[in-house]
Design a protein around this ligand. Structure first.
Ligand SMILES: Cc1cc2nc3c(=O)[nH]c(=O)nc-3n(C[C@H](O)[C@H](O)[C@H](O)COP(=O)(O)OP(=O)(O)OC[C@H]3O[C@@H](n4cnc5c(N)ncnc54)[C@H](O)[C@@H]3O)c2cc1C
Length: 385
């Protein structure tokens, strides 16, 4: 999608992969987006058809059924998923394949990798990540869920909210406290599986956007979770949760920019064919300037994202760049969505044009995965403020 003069982080193999992803998304997923949005759900079989294409395994080593790709390949899939036109579907697929499975690949033991990765890559089992609780989101260290060790299992109690794939998940990574007095070393991550007695998965919550996506509450009432289901060592939970945050945040920023680009292109075509007062509305200077302003913002966000991506791919410290990229991209996404909707006039407010869906879906990006305020705190601290 970027113009030829832009410096792209992608090579030829990524571009070929992009074409393949795009064909699949445009043929198999995008045509159903409207129906899934109306139903506020999409079938679990979609995870399997995406698994058949190998896309859940991009970041998973070959020995566990993946393709052992890098963050650039994952970025391509992440960007192309925005063409589905349903943030909820992209979020569900992205959470499973690009956040949950890589966490197991990185921190899981051999037995856990065999048990969860292969069926996860095939899309037969769906994963979720649960950090947020009704009492603590930004302030994660303040979560209340606890797990008490009793012999070969933990007894888990607590609740989580806003969990992507929460209703449908077959397994959930749960951040909890195993030693509440031990500060950051008192957290652990347990893998809780569907139908474990005492584990309740709520129905999808009603929300502004991501309508097809499943965002749910989870409750744990004396759930006996085998010690064999603990991800990495006891006391490593907070570290597990933080370890991949840069990628998770960058994913959201990348999706925002790509989504904004699609809305922008749709709007640009629209204003060149929609006429008022005897000429296309795009020929009024005020609207031409709006389009250029959007192009500037989108391009600036993309370059900031790709700068952070290059650092991430090179294994460099990038918390500052990623935070800046997500702050900037979220703000840009809201601005582009509002402007595109305005340029569509009344049609922008109507469902069938897809702009109102982008307008609703894009709003999450300054909240999920770390709010813009929290990210500003991170950057501020790094600036010595
Ligand atoms: C659709 C959706 C999907 C989600 N998916 C998941 C998921 O899969 N897994 C998961 O674990 N979580 C998920 N979340 C939760 C998300 O990560 C949290 O909503 C987010 O981290 C913010 O936490 P909170 O909602 O508790 O807000 P709060 O932490 O209560 O924040 C409320 C407001 O206060 C501000 N604030 C808080 N602290 C400060 C501070 N120190 N300085 C300045 N301002 C501050 C925040 O920026 C925000 O504006 C999801 C949320 C949504 C809406």
């Amino acid at each position: 999608m970027p113009d030829k003069f832009m410096i792209s982080p992608f090579g030829e193999e990524h571009e070929l992969f992009r074409q393949q992803c795009r064909r699949f998304v445009e043929k198999e997923l995008a045509p159903h987006a409207m129906e899934w949005e109306e139903k506020k759900d999409f079938p679990n079989e979609i995870f399997r058809s995406v698994g058949d294409m190998g896309y859940h395994g991009i970041l998973i080593p070959e020995e566990y059924g993946g393709s052992g790709g890098d963050y650039l390949m994952a970025t391509v899939w992440c960007e192309e998923m925005t063409r589905i036109g349903s943030g909820g579907v992209s979020a569900g697929l992205g959470m499973h394949a690009l956040i949950v499975l890589p966490a197991i690949a990185r921190f899981g033991n051999e037995e856990q990798k065999k048990r969860f990765l292969a069926p996860g890559v095939r899309g037969e089992k769906i994963g979720a990540l649960s950090l947020t609780e009704p009492v603590a989101g930004s302030d994660l260290a303040n979560i209340r869920s606890t797990a008490r060790r009793e012999g070969d299992h933990y007894v888990l109690n607590g609740s989580k909210t806003f969990i992507t794939n929460g209703s449908r998940a077959d397994f959930v990574l749960v951040l909890c406290k195993t030693d509440p007095g031990a500060g950051y070393k008192g957290f652990s991550t347990l893998i809780v599986e569907k139908r474990m007695p005492g584990f309740f998965q709520g129905r999808p919550l009603e929300k502004l956007g991501w309508h097809a996506g499943d965002t749910a509450e989870l409750t744990f009432e004396n759930v006996a979770v085998p010690v064999a289901n603990r991800l990495s060592e006891e006391g490593m939970g907070f570290y597990n949760a933080m370890a991949n945050l840069e990628w998770e945040r960058l994913m959201m920023a990348l999706g925002t920019v790509y989504g904004a680009q699609l809305a922008f292109e749709k709007t640009k075509s629209y204003i060149l064919q929609r006429e008022a007062f005897g000429r296309p509305i795009g020929k009024f200077q005020v609207n031409r300037h709006k389009v250029v302003d959007m192009a500037v913002e989108i391009e600036a966000a993309r370059q900031l994202n790709y700068h952070a991506l290059r650092k991430l791919v090179n294994g460099e410290e990038c918390a500052r760049e990623v935070s800046m990229a997500k702050i900037f991209s979220s703000k840009m996404g809201d601005y582009v969505a509002t402007t595109c909707l305005q340029l569509h006039g009344g049609y922008g407010y109507m469902r069938e044009y897809g702009i109102e869906r982008f307008f609703r879906d894009v709003r999450i990006n300054s909240i999920g995965g770390g709010t813009s305020e929290i990210l500003k705190e991170i950057v501020g601290r790094m600036m010595g403020l």
